[in-house]
Design a protein around this ligand. Sequence first.
Ligand code: ADP
Ligand code: MG
Length: 682
Amino acid sequence: MIDLAHTPVTSVPGVGPKRAEELKKLEIESVADLLGYFPYRYDDFRVVDVAEAVHDTKVTLKGSIYGTPSIRWYGRKKSRLTARIDVNGVYVKVVWFNQAFLKKKMKTGETVVVSGKWDAHRLQLTADRTWFGQESEKHVGRLEPVYSVTSSLSVSWLRKTIYGAFAAFGREIEEVLPQKLRSRYRLLDRARAMYYLHFPKGREEGVQARRRMVYEELFLYELKLLWHRKQEKAADKGMTRRLDHEKLDRFIESLPFPLTGAQRRVVEEIVRDMADESRMNRLLQGDVGSGKTVVAAIALYANWLSGFQGAMMVPTEILAEQHLRSLKELLAPTGMNMILLTGGMKAKEKREALSQIQMGLADVVVGTHALIQEDVIYRSLGLVITDEQHRFGVRQRSKLREKGETPDVLHMTATPIPRTLAITAYGDMDVSVIDEMPAGRQPVETYWVKSDVWSRVVEFIGKVCRTGRQAYVICPLIEESEKSDLQNAQAVFEEIAEELAPIRVGLLHGRMSPAEKDEVMRSYAAKEIQILVSTTVVEVGVNVPNATVMVIYDADRFGLAQLHQLRGRVGRGGGQATCVLVADPRSETGIERMRVMCETTDGFEISQKDLELRGPGEFFGVKQSGLPEFKVADLLEDFKVLELARADAAEILEATDWEEAPEYRPLREYLDRFQKEQAKFD
Ligand code: ADP
Ligand code: MG
């Protein structure tokens, strides 16, 4: 057999060096690349009867020329050619614009196939494709593939060339999927599926071909991921540590509240990973307010008991300070020394912190990106926790990981990623989920109002605050212009302060210095300020249990996940909490999004909806998602297949005869190639 992946595309008839250069721009270099360059749609040239032809759609008719065609000119270039054709006894008028040259080819009685827009009322077709006589035979009954091409390659050339490539090399296409899986799902064999995906005779063939290729794509992807992780686990011996389970249990017993079942479960998973000699790489997902902080505290304590330092990295300085406060509270009885490290610290404080870290006097360091700067040297880093991990790039994570020898890594996120996407985007991590809220939480009541009742919203805020509760008013960040963003929040702040005096109102925005921000947050937490008007800086993690009202101004400017995060800021301390979304959405989607927010407080449901309304690309934000791009598969449509494929890949990697069975040989070779490619980057 020929290895098509290493056969240059110039071996295909009709492809010379020049064409090969053009194809390279489409990332087609080998015969395998060419055969796998699938169309993005098909033109339907299947001939229909006049009776079946649907008004105002593209149809293809076959008939014979009747009578003499006539032509009319508009100036020298524009023309309108008309002819009548006989389609099984029905006379149809066909119109061609600016194709006067066709007239010469038209002889009475000649067979013609025309394709174009159909007007059922006038029995008239405006043709954009025409084939005569013999030529028409080839196109009858076809779905024609349409490819994306560069300007110097035509679709029809590419179509012909791919057709030729199948004629020359189609027999060499090797099956990769084991028979077992193909029969399990009744999948077409590879060569046939690839051919049909280019040149299907009908819908069903196309559907079956796609089904097979989607499965293959997702299966190979998952196989690669799982195999890679298995290799890493085997090679990546983390430190061995002795965990003091007795002390750990006693600490958990001493917490001010009993852990929820879900918290108990994830703590077990994390502790098991830490005790295990391979390195932990785990994602902890839990909705806002589900209690991730205490889980982090337990992990840091366990890590400390076994003699290591811990680090916790968060996106903002406010969050770093807040996390440090919460951790200090929870871990106070242990006597651990916890310090802060942020970019905004004074040089002297920073020097002091750095030396404590280096000498091992700091047991836990909480901070921002400053934690991974070159000048930070840890004495014995054993555990790294990142909060809101989706804000950290892969590179930053590994940079931090490299600071210690082989520290365990726990990523925490409050963005409830739909499971399917989680296993795809974070396929190399284990996933733990806190899917249970602490007892006694009441869901936040959510209302959507239009901006014309804004004054009543302000009244409502006042009423609640007079009972001693606190409120947030969030204004959107307008990215292009920090200025108008500030003005927006500023204006709202001034209006509320005036309307509701003497209730004290504070303002928080991105252009304040860390110290100023901290001062505002501190006075809000201390109840010196009752209403906090803010741009989105309070988005994650900030914890003021007495706050029961969340008003979000221009709510349609936020993503659903973000709205959910913001709403999670209230209702943390008992008492009925309310969220008011002020928005005048213009689109159907916008209205739908407001409805979703009012109807559910389940973060996973919301993110699933968000995903459906926006699509995976936007959902995750540009590129940083780490989501793979698939050629045939569509994550939204095909996520059920993804889950099956993952289970199948795991099953095969675990099979006792994985290493030697002939039916797995193509898969082993595939992984071999993958490994060689990886090695190139190391
Ligand atoms: P998040 O997952 O959003 O980080 P936090 O860890 O900030 O949530 O917890 C939210 C609140 O719930 C905190 O005030 C915390 O003390 C409280 N909490 C956490 N776990 C429990 C529990 N098992 N029982 C009661 N309250 C809890
Ligand atoms: Mg948190």
